[in-house]
Design a protein around this ligand. Structure first.
Ligand code: NDP
Length: 257
């Protein structure tokens, strides 16, 4: 008997695929492999065609929808449309973050009020906005995951403003898990180790973060997006049915040091 979960006929929404290096893309491929029906969202029209060509690599045909998470109306419209086209929602992978890269280097306190508001809006508040919009359409045992990072728990050089955003995100996961638990909906975060992606490029001296982990983490190597995705599959499927409000570290054990 295979322990690999089967997600046939179940709808999952994956938000945050910028390109083939995106963690969200690894999650989409893993869910597709398990037979899930996928809805992929992109931030703006200009990203649609590159997502279309990526999506053509999936086994199942995916539904592609635009969703800028800074716009409540757009989020509500997207989730209504998902329900109309794909029925109830079994799970959501929220893999979205943004901060002005000037605030991801140098002195922490040099950031501006505007940079702070934007980073917290896109990287933390958007999870709550998305869960709220999906509420009427969730399956009775739905599961939501988001992506976080150790820089929200402790100081990581240059992570600065994004550390504050991740702390807010981690806390949102707990409050959402508590609120939605009675409805059967689970909410968890995966704290991924550093992975070379478009967003990661914005963090000052990212290479040092990678090499520090490689030298010191218990497993003495960096993690892949695919390893993050398989923990995502565990949390998003029935395999993780007893887990909510949790932050699971997929970082070669670096967080224990
Ligand atoms: P990517 O750059 O590939 O993904 C980030 C995604 O966020 C992009 O698809 C981007 O869309 C999207 N996004 C930004 N603003 C908006 C918006 N207003 N509306 C909708 N989508 C938006 O990087 P990652 O895969 O690395 O990042 C995914 C998540 O993983 C983030 O939360 C990140 O903080 C987290 N993470 C990453 C780690 C790493 O080392 N890479 C480590 C730990 C956590 P677009 O580009 O089209 O604007």
């Amino acid at each position: 008997m295979s322990i690999f979960p089967t997600l046939t006929n179940k709808t999952y929404v994956v938000m945050g695929i910028a390109n083939k290096r995106s963690i969200a893309w690894a999650i989409a491929k893993t869910l597709d492999e398990a037979g899930a029906k996928l809805v992929l969202t992109y931030a703006a029209e200009r990203f649609k065609s590159s997502l279309e060509s990526l999506a053509s690599e999936l086994k199942q045909e995916a539904i592609l929808l635009e969703c800028d998470v800074t716009n409540d109306e757009a989020i509500e419209t997207t989730f209504r449309s998902i329900h109309e086209q794909a029925g109830e929602i079994q799970g959501i992978a929220h893999s979205i973050a943004f901060a002005d890269k000037e605030a991801l280097r140098g002195e922490f306190s040099e950031m501006t009020r505007g940079q702070f508001a934007q980073a917290l809006d896109i990287s933390a508040y958007s999870l709550t906005a998305v869960v709220k919009a999906a509420k009427p359409y969730f399956a009775s045992d739905a599961s939501v995951i988001t992506l976080t990072y150790l820089g929200g728990e402790r100081v990581v050089p240059n992570y600065n403003l994004m550390g504050v955003a991740k702390a807010a995100l981690d806390s949102s996961v707990k409050y959402l898990a508590n609120e939605y638990g009675p409805h059967g909906v689970r909410v968890n975060a995966i704290s991924a180790g550093p992975i070379r992606t478009l967003s990661a490029k914005g963090v000052g001296d990212f290479n040092s973060i990678l090499s520090e982990l490689e030298q010191k983490a218990p497993l003495r190597r960096n993690v892949s997006a695919e390893e993050v995705a398989s923990t995502g599959l565990f949390l998003l499927s029935g395999m993780g049915s007893g887990v909510t409000g949790e932050v699971i570290h997929v970082d070669s054990g670096y967080h224990i040091l």
